[in-house]
Design a protein around this ligand. Structure first.
Ligand SMILES: [Zn+2]
Ligand SMILES: [Zn+2]
Length: 346
């Protein structure tokens, strides 16, 4: 039974297997370069500017169903790119998919503008390996942030956004050697800026075409599509998915033993497309299903299950009832063991 959640450290980093891998992204590196810090700042602040422009325009003109639909649809499909693609497929291998589905999920995840596949997955594997211990890139509990509300806020801020500028960055050849070996994933990761750009072009074109259908100017619709389906959507995706790192390591329930501060939070669970059942996820990292109870709404899991029934994905992994029972805090059992998973027989 293969699990690839927290690859063990390698004393000797693997060498690139082809000349094409010797790009900056794949070389092991330490420290976040100034250029990357600036790029991150632009990626975080520009969507906020987009929201302000959208609100200013809204004030005089209102917002139509076209812009709301573009934002919602783009949010859901690029959000699934992160939750189903980057997280459950590439990082945790919780199911398998053919090349077309794999590449589509990689491209959609890239359009969410949270970094390339390789960098995102390396940071997340490091999070699971260290999980609220020294080395965790975005734990709200590590640094001495002081006490009381001020300390909680400082920890929250670090886990939500601050770590993006503080983190030295994980050596990719240590954390994602399997992904580096896959030439398709390598190519998609390297073309990250292109997918980000396409994430703006698609809603702009659709917004323009929709405007023509209702007898209005193409360019007005294209501009609003760019703002709402591009910038505002990216801001929403950013802050909802980052809430998994911040909110879900501070506030919520802990039904399972997971040796960290991960929590199940119903609000993040719903809005972050199922990712807010984060205590479940830390207890069973390679499970494709995070909302393990029937009432824990997990739209990413529903989508994975639907894709499985359509024959688009396979080897979908979920924990057995016995494993779940063994890891429940209320049972007090110490035989929780690892993350053994079984094929969902249902
Ligand atoms: Zn976590
Ligand atoms: Zn994870």
């Amino acid at each position: 039974m293969s699990t690839l959640t927290t690859p063990p450290p390698q004393s000797t980093p693997a060498k690139p297997t082809s000349p094409s891998e010797s790009c900056d992204e794949i070389d092991g590196y330490v420290g976040l370069p100034l250029g990357s810090r600036i790029a991150n700042l632009v990626a975080i602040l520009t969507p906020v500017v987009g929201l302000i422009v959208g609100i200013v325009y809204f004030w005089g003109n209102g917002v139509s169903w076209i812009q709301l639909a573009l934002m919602t649809v783009m949010y859901v499909i690029t959000g699934f790119g992160i939750t189903i693609g980057y997280h459950r497929l590439f990082t945790h291998k919780s199911f398998s998919a053919g090349p077309v589905v794999t590449m589509a999920l990689g491209i959609l995840g890239s359009m969410a503008t949270e970094g390339s596949i390789l960098r995102w997955c390396a940071a997340h594997r490091s999070h699971h390996q260290h999980s609220d211990q020294e080395g965790d890139p975005h734990s709200p509990h590590l640094h001495d942030h002081g006490t009381g509300l001020r300390g909680i806020w400082a920890g929250f801020w670090h886990a939500h956004i601050g770590w993006i500028f503080d983190a030295p960055g994980e050596p990719l050849d240590r954390y994602v050697p399997d992904l580096i070996r896959d030439r398709r994933i390598r190519a998609i990761s390297r073309l990250f800026p292109l997918w980000v750009a396409i994430g703006f072009v698609i809603p702009a074109i659709l917004g323009g075409l929709a405007n023509i259908l209702i007898g209005e100017a193409f360019w007005t619709g294209a501009f609003l599509g760019f703002i709402w389906g591009g910038l505002v959507r990216i801001m929403v995706v950013h802050h909802i998915t980052w809430s998994v790192n911040s909110v879900c390591h501070i506030w919520g329930s802990q039904p399972y033993r997971s040796a960290d501060e991960s929590r199940n939070n119903i609000f993040v669970g719903i809005f972050a497309l199922g990712e807010g059942w984060h205590n479940n996820h830390h207890a069973f990292p390679t499970s494709a299903r995070h909302g393990l109870e029937w009432w824990q709404f997990d739209s990413s899991w529903i989508t994975i299950r639907t894709m499985e029934r359509l024959g688009l994905v396979y080897n979908v992994r979920v924990p057995t009832a016995e494993r779940k029972a063994a890891k429940l805090r209320s049972k007090g059992s110490s035989a929780a063991g690892g993350d053994d998973l079984a094929r969902d027989a249902a």
